[in-house]
Write a protein that binds this ligand. Sequence first.
Ligand SMILES: Nc1ncnc2c1ncn2[C@@H]1O[C@H](COP(=O)(O)OP(=O)(O)O)[C@@H](O)[C@H]1O
Ligand SMILES: [Mg+2]
Length: 588
Amino acid sequence: MGRKADKRVDLKMPPGALHTYRRLLRYLKPHKAMFAVGVLGMTMFAATDAGWAAFVRFFLDGTFVEKDPRMVWLVPVALVGLFILRGLGDFMQTYCPGYVGRRIVKTLRGQIFDRYVHLPVSYFDRNASGVLLSKLTYNTEQVANATTESVTVFIRDSLTILGLIGYLLYLNPKLTLFSLIIGPLIAVLIRRINLLFRRYSRRIQNSMGDVTRVAKEAIEAPRVIRVFNAQDYEARMFDEVIEHNRRSHMKLMMTKGLSNPIVQTIAATGLAGVLYLATVDAIAGRMSVGEFTSFIAALMLITAPLRRLVNVAGPLQQGIAAAQSIFEILDTPPEHPGGQHRVPRARGEIQYRDVGFQYPSSADPVLHGIGFEARQGETVAIVGRSGSGKSTLVGLLPRFYDATSGQVLVDGVDVREFSLDALRAQMSLVSQDVVLFNDTIRSNIAFGHPADDAQIEAAARAARVTEFSEQYPLGLETVVGDRGALLSGGQRQRIAIARALLRNTPILILDEATSALDTELERQIQGQLEALMANRTTLVIAHRLSTVEKADRILVMDAGRVIESGTHQELLAHGGQYAVLHRLQFSE
Ligand SMILES: Nc1ncnc2c1ncn2[C@@H]1O[C@H](COP(=O)(O)OP(=O)(O)O)[C@@H](O)[C@H]1O
Ligand SMILES: [Mg+2]
């Protein structure tokens, strides 16, 4: 069969943290300059901490030991200078990384969205929409957080600590080296904590996806939930996911809560030792008051950034976990762009040659040995029980999925040889569930298609959209509400028909296009539909046989096979399944 390569199973392991860091860094690259200014701010901010410790010594020794009269004005000036530097640094370290972070969020959101609209249809069979939404909203925020606040803390506080250590070394190398012994111990600890943070963060993100998913389902189906009294059922489902979310959060809290005291206790023990040695030095007269106080001040000043550094591990690891899940999406291959074949306008001949199909997710084939042909301008109707494979069959034409065996051809060319956009430019689809966007009727008809107002209005009139849109004060400029909620099913369907009319493609697919219309309205719209079908090759799936009777050929499907085919008259004369269906319809 040779089509296995097309299944594109992604066997790649999730990339490691280091890989993710590096990849995130690439997003930082275009904003190098801005980020550098931010780092400069962090450096200034950090320098003021060491500066503060030095100031203590300068002030104490100058005032009390040397009794220098210049201290009277030097001290206040130095203090104000120190805080102006600190304030400037503070602004730069807040604004610049924030700027970079928001840019990165925008880029990531753009890329994820772009991927969402280009992923193969099958991707959405496997992934809940709520989870995908949550990646777009929640995970990107976490990446922003990690790349801005957390990175700021990380860089600034590392610098602060380095600065302070430098100053300590300058003051008293022996004492400093002793205090640094506990360094490696703390480093090992922080690493272990990081690992835990990342694990729990991933869990939280996954459960956030579940929270969005369940909530979204509930919000989108208010009627069903009420009429079935399913409130409790939904609430229980929701309770389950929020409980899981809470537990994962608590595990993170536990890690967070424990990490600080443990690190600080170790640090304090070390500090106690240092204090002991320093006191010995001071008593022996090897250290002045200023030096002693300044040394202890610097040591104390290290604890705050150290504490922040330990705490930042959480958000930083959350960001890494979030970035990993985002990169997973970005690494999922989009739809294959198809072959090279392009035509400005196809004639619109359709051929199915011995087509078999099986959904990647299902155990059994859904279509078997489907073969039929529709010549230019012909209408082929497909009827059959629900679940018999009708929608699947027509879905192979725009390549929502590819046939697992056999061939689908347009104008005698395998659909896989067409470039995907050129192929789809040849066809319009009107289906059962019309998706409208929260926009005006006019833009819903145009739907990105370059058309002038006159064309849109002509299409709206032909599809009888104007009939109801004129009743609104804003006419075609009326906004249809979320997913067209303000319109009836029939009105939505008419907008979809107008959309197809406007696109004017040689091939038309109607998948139960009129199912939302009542018989009366369907009869009224029949004329419009026939106008739409005229001069187009049409595959029409319909429940009501009146739509089907005039078709050039009718395929009767059952369990993925075509069990009868012919014209209305032929099939009636044949007295098979179609005849039975027909009789049922009339007795209705
Ligand atoms: N995305 C999917 N993944 C797996 N199985 C599917 C999917 N869509 C439909 N099916 C299955 O394929 C069969 C045919 O479905 P469909 O083509 O929608 O039938 P019809 O349009 O005739 O009602 C059904 O058994 C259905 O359960
Ligand atoms: Mg269907």
